[in-house]
Structure formats: C-alpha cells, structure tokens
Design a protein around this ligand. Structure first.
Ligand code: CDP
Ligand code: CDP
Length: 218
C-alpha cells in the first residue's frame, strides 16, 4: 500500500514536507488539519455554539468540501485564507477534542486513499487512528522555539503582521491541548519513525523520509 503518514505538532513542517514528498513520489496529499480548520470555519460562520458537541458534529457532516490544487472550497466558497488564521487554528484545536466530530471526519479522511497512486497523510492521528495500517509512519518534531520561529518567518514572508511571543504562547497552548485530549491525542504510533527536524533543513527531512520509504518497500 502506497501510504506515508506524517504526524507531529504545529509548525514542525508537516505540510511543507508532505507536499514535497508527495510531489517526488507522484502521490496525493491529505491535509487532515484542513478538515478540522474547515469544521472550525463552519462553526464560526454558521452561528453554531462551539460548546455544543452534537451541533458541531452535525454541521460538519453536511458540508460540501472540495480541495483544488492550493485552494479549498466549502459549500462553493473559497476559504483558503480564512483557514490559515490562528483564530481558526485555535477553534480547530478546541473542537478537535470532540469524539463525535472526529468520528464524523473519519470516513472523509479514509476516502482519500481511494483512486490515487499513493497518499501522504499529514495531521496528528494519521498513523495512530486514521491509517494504522500505513507501512511508513513519520512523527515529525522540532523544538518549540524553532517552530515558533518558523511560523513567525512564514507569516512575515507573506506580509502578515506577527508577534513572536504570541506565536510561542499559542503553539505551547495548542501542543498542550493536542497532546492531552482523551481521544486521538498527538503521540507517535508505536512503529513510527521519529524525526527531530530542529536542526534539519527542509530538503534534508524530505530525503530522510524518501530514504525510509525506499527501505520500507525493499
Ligand atoms: O498547521 P498546524 O500544524 O498548526 O495545524 P493543522 O494541522 O492545520 O491542525 C489544526 C488543529 O486541528 C490542530 O491543532 C489539531 O487540534 C487538529 N487536528 C487534529 O486533531 N487531528 C488531525 N489529524 C489534524 C489536526
Ligand atoms: O504543517 P506544519 O504546521 O507542521 O508546518 P509547515 O506549515 O509545513 O511549516 C512551517 C514553516 O516551517 C514553513 O514556512 C516551512 O518552510 C518551515 N520549515 C523549515 O524552515 N524547516 C524545516 N525543516 C521544516 C519547515
């Protein structure tokens, strides 16, 4: 089965690395964080009470979601920029603690494997819950200060005003919430390969994963 899962905390490089690995192998990508962010967007724009777990899960089940190259459409509206906002990320992390929401998103995520040459799936629980059968599971980590630095640079490069200290506090809070929730917490699968990219360049991480995949299919 052509499937690599890449899990890890925020700003560890999952999205960037997944895109490069998928491009190299000619595979598709599942950005599962986008599904949680889309759920957060729906809660925020449809006037749903985020404390009401049942209502949150129900609204998500009915959404029409289309991924097109670098754009995401929800019920026909292009939402890529809204999804990247930290306020959307925070809400995503909050509602991602709801088991019924996670269940509602499970089949949508598993469907990505159908009809593609291969799949790189990135998120928090790709190797532990969504694709436990994946032949290669990567757990990508990096020091929290380095991750805050990466996120800061990413925003500044896009011309978005950013405050390093606020990013650091937000990252720590999100790590804490993602690692300590009862359902599908952020943790490496038992058979995951852990890569600490604190002192690794993007290309170096990509090569390490491609090397691990080559070993895997030998
Ligand atoms: O890009 P970043 O790593 O900051 O976040 P993301 O991958 O877009 O995910 C946003 C939030 O969704 C995370 O903080 C998690 O709480 C949640 N999430 C999750 O619970 N499970 C996943 N497989 C992916 C994301
Ligand atoms: O998806 P995730 O939140 O884990 O991280 P990302 O958005 O892919 O990466 C955050 C930023 O870190 C991006 O601007 C990457 O270019 C950068 N990065 C880096 O500088 N060095 C790495 N080894 C990995 C990512």
């Amino acid at each position: 089965m052509n499937l690599i899962t890449i899990d890890g905390p925020s700003a560890s490089g999952k999205g960037t690395i997944s895109a490069l690995v998928a491009k190299k192998l000619g595979w598709a990508i599942l950005d599962s964080g986008a599904l949680y962010r889309i759920s957060a967007y729906a809660v925020q724009t449809k006037g749903i009470n985020p404390e009401d777990e049942g209502a949150v899960a129900a609204v998500v089940s009915d959404l029409d979601i289309q991924f097109k190259t670098s754009e995401v459409f929800v019920d026909g509206v292009e939402v890529s920029d809204i999804l990247r906002l930290e306020s959307t990320g925070k809400m995503a992390s909050k509602i991602a603690t709801y088991p019924t929401l996670r269940q509602a998103l499970l089949d949508r995520q598993r469907n990505f494997i159908h009809g593609v040459a291969g799949l790189v799936a990135d998120g928090r629980d790709m190797g532990t819950v969504v694709f436990p059968q994946a032949p290669l599971k990567i757990f990508l980590v990096a020091d929290v200060n380095e991750r805050a630095n990466r996120r800061y640079k990413q925003l500044v490069d896009k011309g978005i005003e950013a405050n390093f200290d606020e990013i650091l506090v937000d990252l720590k809070r999100r790590d804490e919430q993602d690692m300590n929730r009862a359902v599908a917490p952020l943790k490496p699968a038992e058979d995951a390969v852990v890569i600490d990219s604190s002192y690794m360049g993007i290309q170096e991480v990509v090569e390490a994963i491609l090397g691990a995949w080559a070993d895997c299919i030998k």
